[in-house]
Design a binder for this molecule. Structure first.
Ligand SMILES: [Fe+2]
Ligand SMILES: [Fe+2]
Length: 327
């Protein structure tokens, strides 16, 4: 999945924008978007969303009650999905490192990097507080998974290119929003849904910031931006892919309707692409034109794959319902 940066830059010819020039050219847009973000983002208090009265001591040091699954009010799908979402949020130090290295810590870019990190920080805090106070998941397993996942670190597939990074986060923030929102809907606890809706709202504002930045990049460097969008969309994978047992969890999350190909196509890729009018950008050079064509072909294929997935999903759910009916 790692992309060869040298070839891509070479194929764009000597007029290609370097990352340093793009970062400078976009500084004004970053400042404008940062100010807009600060105006619309309302501060909120994670602790207000946690039902602390449900909490009690665990076994071990304090000699409280050990966790067992019947204490959890959350659905099995909700448990799997909440853990994946939390572990993804937990890797924030690695994400901060990635974007601070790519965008820098100076000026408007730096202010955004730090503000974004502060906002993201409360997501992991709030979800963990909720899970522990309500005994929704096994705290020992959760901690072991966190240690293992964070010890691996996270390295972006896109760290070779500033435009690829911006394109990736525009889609990824929306993917995270949808994933939190749908997890809340399937969790079976209105308090969990309420918390995840609040977090999803933060993710949406992050998406808007990066999407608007990507729009400006498409105007400044249309061929390179189109190439970056096509690469990111065709190679997309969630930042949590390194989580222990991710594939099994992802399959459950897909079948359960929290996040799957249909959702990825309809609720993540298409809204961003449509907003940016990516398929309507004209005046592209040969490189941009080729990227746009590749993107169009890929989206058609993905839609067909999503349809096949839905058929398999419906058949599986029907078999499960029939089995449940005969018991
Ligand atoms: Fe987050
Ligand atoms: Fe976010």
């Amino acid at each position: 999945m790692t992309i060869a940066p040298v070839q891509r830059t070479a194929s764009l010819g000597s007029s290609a924008w370097t990352d340093a020039r793009l970062i400078m050219a976009l500084e004004e847009v970053v400042e404008k978007e940062l100010n807009r973000h600060l105006k619309v983002a309302k501060d909120w208090m994670p602790h207000e969303f946690i039902p602390w009265s449900q909490g009690r001591d665990f076994d071990g040091v304090l000699g409280g009650e050990a966790w067992s699954v019947e204490q959890s009010k959350v659905t099995p799908l909700g448990r799997v999905s909440l853990v994946v979402n939390l572990l993804t949020e937990d890797n924030l130090p690695s994400y901060h490192h990635e974007i601070a290295t790519m965008f820098g810590r100076e000026g408007a870019w730096g202010t955004w990097v730090h503000r974004w990190t502060a906002e993201e920080g409360r997501h992991g805090i709030a979800i963990r507080d909720y899970l522990l106070a309500t005994r929704a998941v096994d705290p020992n397993e959760l901690e072991r998974a966190r240690m293992s996942h964070m010890s691996e670190g996270f390295e972006s597939d896109n760290s070779h290119s500033m435009l690829h990074s911006v394109a990736y986060v525009a889609f990824q923030e929306l993917a995270t929003r949808i994933s939190h929102r749908n997890t809340g809907h399937h969790a079976g606890d209105p308090l969990c849904d309420q918390l995840l809706a609040k977090i999803a709202n933060d993710e949406n504002l992050h998406m808007v910031f990066y999407r608007n930045l990507l729009k400006a990049a498409l105007e400044i460097a249309p061929d390179q931006a189109m190439r970056a969008i096509a690469d990111v969309v065709t190679d997309f994978r969630m930042p949590g892919h390194g989580i222990p047992g991710f594939e099994r969890a992802a399959a459950q999350i897909a079948i359960g309707g929290v996040y799957n190909l249909r959702i990825h196509h309809d609720d993540v890729l298409q809204p961003v692409l449509r907003h940016l009018k990516v398929m309507e950008v004209a005046d592209l050079g040969p490189t941009g034109q080729q990227a746009q064509d590749e993107l169009g072909a890929f989206l058609g294929g993905l839609d067909a794959q999503a349809r096949k997935f839905e058929e398999r999903q419906a058949a599986l759910l029907a078999r499960r319902a029939a089995r449940a009916g005969t018991k």
